[in-house]
Design a protein around this ligand. Sequence first.
Ligand code: NAD
Length: 248
Amino acid sequence: MKIILNGAAGRMGRVVSELIHEDPTLELVAGVDPMAGDEAGIATSLDAVDAAADVLVDFSNHEATRALVDYAVARDIPLVIATTGQTPEELALIKDAAERVPVFFASNYSLGVALLAKLAKIAAEFLPNPEVEIVETHHDQKLDAPSGTALTLARVVREAMPGSKIVIGREGLHKRDRGEITVHSLRLGHVTGVHEVIISSGNEMVSLTHTAESRTLFAEGALAAVRFLAGKEPGLYSMEDLVEGASA
Ligand SMILES: NC(=O)c1ccc[n+]([C@@H]2O[C@H](COP(=O)([O-])OP(=O)(O)OC[C@H]3O[C@@H](n4cnc5c(N)ncnc54)[C@H](O)[C@@H]3O)[C@@H](O)[C@H]2O)c1
């Protein structure tokens, strides 16, 4: 499969490129990154890329969203979007694009995080009157806070708590509302990614933690999504679809 990689000079872009080069069934036909300078094989803009491709993979910046979806729709190329931090307008562009081409969109391509979401939802359903706090920790260069994964976890848990609301951080002089799902962000050193969901019923507390030990797992997940999209109809696909496809 021929792949165009957006954000090719970034931390994740480098790991994805390595995995593509190691896999004889995959070929990197073009990399794109405005910070690439005159690095061989990497264009500074998608507009400069005219290679035939089976899929466009994105690990860049949410500001690239419009150019990304326009490129994919105009050339009828499936999209795997791993970038996080999109604005509501950019999320709407992704949804629109999914009506025209297959789009895989996940804030976290780890199978372990998919499992964490499932377990956290079960815990919030099982414990009476749950209070939920989500704490995410990432390296000090991460741009968006809270992480896309923490927000996804909060939305999944909210499905188990009718009437609850997601709150970002806490300050000021007021008590916690019982129906709050509160998300906190820590930024430290080189941490690849830790997500903890803490659920309290008042008398007991359950804490579920996922730790990403290397960036490779996200790259592997994104390339699994590349293979998953082969031959798919237009639509918006997620890790749930990938996990179900694998266990079917
Ligand atoms: N979904 C997941 O599983 C997952 C995992 C890790 C990282 N991410 C996300 O992927 C993105 C990249 O992460 P990273 O750690 O590699 O960041 P990074 O800052 O190291 O790399 C981002 C790269 O994108 C480039 N870029 C910026 N604007 C661009 C544009 N308009 N077009 C093309 N390239 C552009 C930058 O020059 C940079 O080289 C972030 O949004 C991050 O949150 C997602």
